[in-house]
Design a protein around this ligand. Structure first.
Ligand code: PLP
Length: 386
């Protein structure tokens, strides 16, 4: 039997249409900067993709800067405007937190939501301290990668703009899951990653208002209007464009995913009253669920489920394969019992009802075997060796 893949927030399976587009683009010999016919053919592929990516987020295609992924897009947004201070939140992806270790960070409530008033207060503090003179960037993610909780970006943008700040949103986990209109939200910059949409890994974009002039981090040739040097990843970009278009068309499928996800959570809760679902009462994207079994090590749960043919993550999947306690659940006020026992289940374009059936059966069996709420880490180790 095929494995059940429920780790779309780590990376989504590539859509067949994307694969076709990538393969076709790999046959193009030209460099998009070359003036001959072969170069122009490659350029055309890049520009079609640019328009598709812009359309996914209601952005301007002149403001799309292709990057190597969401990580680079976040770095570009936060480091390409030297002199600007950054205000961000405690629950951001590492690529935001590490891009600007000097950033001020607002906390979240117990449902994982940033309060726009807290951003306003922090902006006021910077002003009063005379530290806002070079400008400020407020960077808050649109949907959290662990809980799926959606942040009040329109309101955040409103308070930030009132104080003259620029607003950036990491929309890597929101794109294709909720409809995004940069202008309506009031966003100046937004980060995307193709592989979360069913596109290829290693390509993404920063979409910004075209009148903004970021300093390139990667310097060399004048590609991407001087905002990111290097010959474009034509095949990756072609796949990204198709993934963006499929994701936009697939927004209607999100309601079905919500039914699958909510039904799954209801069944697990009925089976295991000790189950904690952080952020469940907040507005969330339809595909994401964090499931915490207090006191049962997340890594053990992930391994058990893997043995049962089910792929999920332990909290946030770390790049190195190590599992760290979740900074997101920490910020929401959960203790070690919950934060250390949380796995993330994320659905996507190819998920079907039978995947959820198999997951629910495997999860319930795992929970019964590991002793549910009563299990301590020592019990888990005994169960592992037994
Ligand atoms: N931002 C968020 C919210 C993410 O979940 C991820 C990936 O996990 C990234 C940024 C980084 O994207 P990429 O893998 O394309 O570098």
């Amino acid at each position: 039997m095929d494995a059940v893949y429920l780790d779309y927030n780590a990376s989504a399976p590539m859509r067949p249409q994307v694969r076709d587009a990538v393969i076709d683009a790999m046959d193009l010999p030209g460099n998009p900067s070359s003036v001959h016919q072969a170069g122009r053919a490659a350029r055309a592929v890049v520009e079609v993709a640019r328009a598709r990516v812009a359309a996914l987020v209601g952005g301007d295609k002149a403001g799309v800067v292709f990057t190597s992924g969401g990580t680079e897009a976040n770095n570009l947004a936060l480091r390409a405007f030297p002199g600007r201070r950054v205000i961000t939140s405690l629950i951001e992806h590492d690529s935001v937190l590490a891009a600007r270790p000097d950033a001020l960070r607002v906390g979240v409530d117990s449902l994982g939501r940033v309060d726009p008033a807290a951003i306003d207060a922090m902006l006021a503090e910077l002003e009063e301290a005379g530290e806002a003179g070079g400008g400020v960037i407020v960077s808050v993610m649109l949907a959290n990668n662990e809980t799926g909780v959606i942040q009040p970006l329109a309101e955040i943008a409103r308070v930030a703009h009132a104080r003259g700040a620029l607003v950036h949103a990491d929309a890597v986990q929101a794109a294709g899951r909720i409809s995004i209109d940069m202008a309506a939200l009031g966003l100046d910059m937004l980060s995307l990653s193709a592989h979360k949409l069913g596109g290829p890994k290693g390509v993404g974009a920063l979409v910004l208002r075209p009148e903004l002039a970021p300093e390139a981090l990667v310097r060399g040739g004048g590609q991407e209007l001087g905002r990111r040097a290097g010959t474009e990843n034509v095949a990756g970009i072609a796949g990204f464009g198709v993934a963006a278009e499929c994701a936009r068309e697939g927004l209607v499928q999100q309601a079905e995913l919500a039914v699958l996800r909510d039904g799954m959570e209801a069944r697990l809760r009925a089976h295991a009253p000790e189950l904690v679902i952080p952020g469940r009462d907040a507005e969330r994207v339809a595909n994401t669920s964090t499931l915490a079994l207090p006191g049962v090590a997340a890594q053990t749960q992930v391994m058990r489920l893997d043995l049962a043919g089910i792929a999920v993550s332990a909290g946030s999947a770390c790049s190195s394969g190590k599992v760290r306690r979740s900074h997101v659940l920490d910020a929401m006020g959960f203790g070690q019992d919950v934060a250390g026992g949380a796995i993330r289940v994320s659905l996507g374009w190819a998920t079907v009802a039978n995947d959820i059936e198999r997951f629910v059966a495997a999860w319930c069996a795992m929970r019964d075997r590991l002793g549910g709420a009563r299990a301590t880490n020592a019990d888990v180790q005994m169960a592992e060796s037994g």
